[in-house]
Design a protein around this ligand. Structure first.
Ligand code: WDT
Length: 323
């Protein structure tokens, strides 16, 4: 079994590969590295790529995918491409324009999945994080249900095969699910999820609503200085995780990934290192015993690497609720 064959059904009839490759690039990494890594990932068997308008990398990711289509490795329909609506485009009349920019940048006709990046609207304009002269974030209030209706129109127009959300708490998900006249349920909620923040309550809630939980920071994040607290513990150094890796003759990263797949989470991962990208495919070659899954469940400590501190003070900040 490999990532090509392991796909998970979405609530709208489409399928998503259980293992996805992240495409954000830390500031110190040249953009060419993303092209290289994406091509290696496709050659290795990855078929699911997670990107966003915010990342300013969709041109390069699209170029890498196109080159792998041109050389005959894959067809467009083999690839699952996710992008995200940025917060300055939440006004319903702006939603489609953000998706169209993504499609133009990546040179794609459609995305497989389009998700609301954060449940927090910001004032429209050129800046991703608009601020006033005092440095205060320029938030605005746009009803998430209105944004969602514009997302539904993108699906109806064929620009997105599936639509979903990201970084939503339970209350915000419920607002969408309870919307009068809801046409499409979100297919997923993409949230930070790993051994130190295992999201068991959000996962149970999503399962009860036939919504897929997609995990980001699955290996404990890139620890990028601009958004991760450098004092936070390094997930892949966890002694229990490392001991289990030894027991299974796998790496800690593979145990952390396998844990998510076995509990029904669609897992995102990322590396710029060819050896490690190839190593990820080993996740389909072993099984964790249920008692070991329980040991891994016990590592949870509700530790968030991405506290979305760039949105600090936003009235709709999702991480103020328990989950
Ligand atoms: C600067 C810009 C700091 C990382 C954005 C923090 C960070 C969103 C990813 C992301 C942010 C953020 N990512 O994919 O690695 O918190 O919005 O999607 S962020």
């Amino acid at each position: 079994m490999n990532s090509v064959s392991l796909r998970v059904a979405l609530n709208d009839g489409h399928f998503i590969p259980a293992l996805g490759f992240g495409t954000t690039v830390p500031h110190e990494v040249p953009k060419d590295e993303v092209i290289k890594a994406t091509k290696i990932a496709i050659d290795t068997g990855f078929r699911h790529f997670d990107s966003a308008y915010l990342y300013e990398i969709e041109e390069e990711v699209g170029q890498a995918i196109r080159s792998k289509i041109e050389d005959g490795t894959v067809k467009r329909e083999d690839i699952f491409y996710t992008s995200k609506l940025w917060s300055t485009f939440h006004r319903p009349e702006l939603v489609r324009s953000c998706l169209e920019k993504t499609l133009k940048n990546a040179q794609l006709d459609y995305v497989d999945l389009y998700i609301i990046h954060f449940p927090m609207a910001l004032q429209p304009g050129d800046k991703s994080f608009p601020r006033d002269e005092h440095g205060n974030l320029l938030a605005e209030s746009v009803d998430l249900c209105d944004t969602w209706e514009a997302m539904e129109k993108c699906k109806d127009a064929g620009l997105a095969k599936s639509i979903g959300v990201s970084n939503f708490n339970r209350r915000q998900l419920e607002m969408i699910l309870n919307k009068p006249g809801l046409k499409y349920k979100p297919v997923c909620n993409q949230v930070e999820c790993h051994l130190y923040l295992n999201q068991s309550k959000m996962l149970d809630y999503c399962k009860s609503k036939d919504i897929i939980l997609v995990s980001y920071c699955t290996l404990g994040s890139s620890r990028d200085k601009i958004w991760v607290d450098q004092k936070s513990p390094v997930l892949l150094d966890d002694p229990v995780l490392c001991a289990m890796a030894k027991k299974y003759k796998q790496t800690p990263a593979l145990i952390a990934l396998r844990y998510q797949l076995q509990r029904g989470v669609v897992a995102l991962t990322r590396s710029f290192n060819e050896k490690r990208i190839k190593e990820f495919m080993q996740v389909f070659e072993f099984h964790l015993a249920s008692e070991d899954m329980k040991v891994l469940d016990g590592l949870n400590r509700n530790l968030r690497y991405n506290t979305a501190n760039y949105f600090e003070g936003h009235p709709d900040h999702p991480f103020t609720d328990e989950y």
